[in-house]
Design a protein around this ligand. Structure first.
Ligand code: F6P
Length: 343
């Protein structure tokens, strides 16, 4: 006779890595969905650090009241070095067992899923939710926080553009994203940037940018907005070199952590709520080592191993459109590539 699957009775939830707007909506959904299904719920504080230090508290429905509209994470977050060691992983599983946590929802990015996997190998059922402003998780076209972050950055860039135009300057605005260029690409399109520098695409030929600035100034343009991704970086030194080469005053603005804060957009609240509920439903259905994603217009779950093995690049068509709109130096490069291909 097939062994009967042990029913999950107690869910733990934690947020790990960089915080992202909408994480609270996801926590709230996990708590309320689990309680509604008759399960016990524990909140684990400061990511995996909470499992090392047994900073674990039972959560009730009212603990997540008045949180859906708040940025940050009510459970706090951390990047836990100990979770990368076998001792730390053992301790984390022991804490789960001590509190009777047999199902764990981990809200974070790829690194957080790797930690979750080690717990799964020790018998704890785990489900990951994509929580990061970077949109750099391969199995999903949506990550919790990206929508809010890109809107925050877009509004900030609009403001920089006002002053940049008044002073007839060139402005380099650096947006977050670690090694991924999605935030920069979206801001580049949404803000109508003249140049968009993405780690996945940039060829580090600054002369092309300089030529483009001089050319657009000759055509009468009063501003020149360059959206630069954190993965390319060096905005301040780039600004100094561009100013020296063009004679046009150039300023660098690094938006920084403001992109991670603020009240989540409706999309982040709603998608995080659906994903949080789905994580609980998956655990109740006896699933483990899954990551919830949004792909091809549907919320779906993926095997953690497969999700981690997938690679994600910038969508070529989206990038091509961005170049076509920007009139940046890359547009010429792109034209050349297309011409060469047609030979
Ligand atoms: O992963 C989110 C993110 O904001 C990245 O875009 C950025 O590279 C990193 O976190 C910054 O980390 P910290 O908050 O540790 O400075």
């Amino acid at each position: 006779m097939a062994e009967e699957k042990k029913k999950v009775t107690t869910i733990g939830v934690l947020t790990s890595g960089g915080d992202a707007p909408g994480m609270n909506a996801a926590i709230r959904a996990v708590v309320r969905r689990a309680l509604g299904k008759g399960l016990k719920v524990y909140g684990i504080y400061r990511g995996y650090d909470g499992l090392m230090e047994e900073d674990v508290k039972e959560m009730h429905a009212q603990d997540v009241s008045d949180t859906i509209q708040r940025g940050g994470t009510i459970l706090y977050t951390a990047r836990c070095a100990e979770m990368r060691t076998p001792e730390g992983q053992k301790k984390a599983a022991e804490t789960c067992r001590k509190f009777g946590i047999d199902g764990l929802v981990v809200i974070g990015g790829d690194g957080s899923y790797r930690g979750a996997q080690t717990l799964a190998h020790q018998g704890i059922n785990v489900v990951g939710l994509p929580g990061t402003i970077d949109l750099d998780i391969s199995c999903t076209e949506y990550t919790i926080g990206f929508d809010t972050s890109v809107n925050t950055a877009m509004e900030a860039i609009d403001k920089v553009r006002d002053t940049s135009t008044s002073h007839e300057r060139c402005s380099i605005i650096e947006v977050m994203g670690r090694n991924a260029g999605y935030l920069a690409l979206w801001c580049g399109i949404a803000n109508g940037a003249e140049d968009i520098l993405l780690p996945e695409k940039y060829d580090y030929d600054e002369q092309k940018i300089i030529d483009n600035i001089i050319d657009s100034r000759r055509r009468g343009k009063k501003h020149h907005i360059i959206v630069n991704a954190e993965g390319v970086g060096h905005s301040a030194s780039m600004a100094r070199r561009i100013e020296a080469a063009t004679g046009i005053e150039t300023r660098a603005t690094i938006l920084g952590h403001m992109q991670r804060g603020g009240s989540p957009t409706a999309k982040d609240r709603v998608y995080a709520t659906i994903m949080g509920s789905m994580a609980v439903d998956l655990l109740i259905a006896g699933k483990t080592e899954r990551v919830v994603g949004y792909k091809n217009g549907k919320f779906q779950d993926f095997d953690i191993d497969e999700a981690l093995a997938m690679t994600k690049g910038i969508d070529e068509y989206e990038y091509e459109i961005a170049l076509a709109m920007s009139g940046g130096y890359q547009k010429e490069t792109q034209k050349k590539v297309i011409r060469d291909e047609s030979l």
